[in-house]
Design a protein around this ligand. Sequence first.
Ligand code: AGP
Length: 607
Amino acid sequence: MCGIVGYSGFRQASSVLIAGLKRLEYRGYDSSGISVLNTQGLVTFKKTGKIINLQQIVPKDLQGLSGIGHTRWATHGGVTDRNAHPHNDGKNSISIVHNGIIENYISLKEMLKADGVVFKSETDSEVLAHLVAKFYEDDLEKAVKKALTLVKGTYGIICMHRDKPGILVGARNGSPLVLGIGEKEMFLASDVSAVIGYTKQGIYLVDREVIIVDENNYRSTDLGYQELDKKVEHISWELEELEKGGYPHFMLKEIFEQVDSIPRAYSGRIDEDLATAKLGGLNMTNRELLDVERIKIIAAGTSFHAGWVACYLMESMARIPCSIELASELRYRNPIVEKNTLYLALSQSGETADTLYALREIQRKGGRVLGICNVVGSTIARESDGGVYIHSGPEIAVASTKAFTSQITALYLFTLLLARMRSLSWEEGTTFINNLKKLPEMMQSLLETKDQIAALAKKYAHYQDFLFLGRGINYPGALEGALKLKEISYIHAEGFSAAEIKHGPIALINEETPSFFLVPDDGLKSKVISNMKEIKARKGLVIALAVEGDEEVAEIADDVLYVPRTHDFFYPFLMALPQQLFAYYCALELERDVDQPRNLAKSVTVE
Ligand code: AGP
């Protein structure tokens, strides 16, 4: 939700902090700020808007070898300079950055006001600065711990005191924090993207952990004084993966990367001889996998749509009942957890609060949860009982694209594994694998139609309302197409089961409402054709995604985009890419901020 960064070392802290915030900007970009400790004390700069606005007010020659920084996604209090982090106490002795939500901030604020504290902002986070100042005598670690024992809610924080040069105190509960270990320098950040330009050695904090850092050392404890023995991990991402690589936007780069990210998700995980998948890390025996009688996938947003696609395959190919659950709903529904139900927590970032809390609720009730994540070492990945990484590489654009198809790939492999333990034959498994392996070349051929898609976007980008319609295994893909369009172009778009429109939504149709139909040549094609005709009969505009050479669809639709022919199970991959490009080009046409759309953040680490 927000990005936090801290530095202590030999470099000019302000440049390290701003560079780090730029790497974290995709996490939230309403406003940003830094505090640096130098001979003048704690010097703080903060500004609404993008990091570039902050850069313009920070003196180029700002001295100071330690500091903290923050890029904000507003939760409490509007987007103003005052509400930007870092937050300081009244004497400017403490400076703190916070990612998360302090749920009891109102009562804490009243307590502090009674002590005479004057608040400068509307935020919950400012409470932390005054609490630490209240408890500070001469030990910053102790003051932070005392403050945190009063806090209810989530936090990832980094705190510093003007009398403690070079010292940073970091802590996490529900919001991620990683330590980057350098040579005579240390880094703290919300995620590794802010540190891998300097070091590949990292330590991932766990909930209720506190870490005390200076340029040469770190010490990790719980909220008491129990030292924690932490494992230093190698960070596998490369810096160039965080760059645009010549593309105008991360989103376009990541759409194009699907030619490689899909095979990365299945490479080394296919057993051709046995026509099945081989997935390390499940922490489940074959007998336990055979005992699975039901699958429930927990997710949010795009991951929810990816999980839904997999549910169709799980039921069709593995014959295992499978349902998709909105994580935010499941958590508070007092869920019924059954013995032989296996839960899959699906999350690109591995930090989505809704999904994390649902995972914990299922585990509290004795359920087993596998994590299907992209970010190695992320909270959901580490708290799951096992899992599979999707290996799509860092996804920087807020709108998820390559992670969507990589999630489906990983889930397809898991389904193949379960199916081949049940009724799926060797021949069927081999056919499935062969179709999976044809995807990269098919995705490449789809990328070559980008100019046609761009032209279509130019033609339709100024319409105000879109419907996205699909059926069966392509219904979730229609929901995803609608999400992509609305989240980066801000055009209102709704996804429906194509059959469902006659039960109300068709009232929306007129000559100003384009409908985007996913109509592969599968068993439901004739039904979808009927739905298209229902729209046309009411002067609705129809854009169709159809199989190459399908003249029947071309005669009905106003515009057609073609995808290669494949097995029914694999159309969700092929239907996704044109919709991603359509949304991208519509956003360009409307001059939107494609990689960092308004109001959004890449990882929603608050409820
Ligand atoms: C998708 O484009 C959005 N960025 C958002 O819906 C996202 O998929 C959702 O917040 C879930 O994120 P996760 O996969 O990291 O859990």
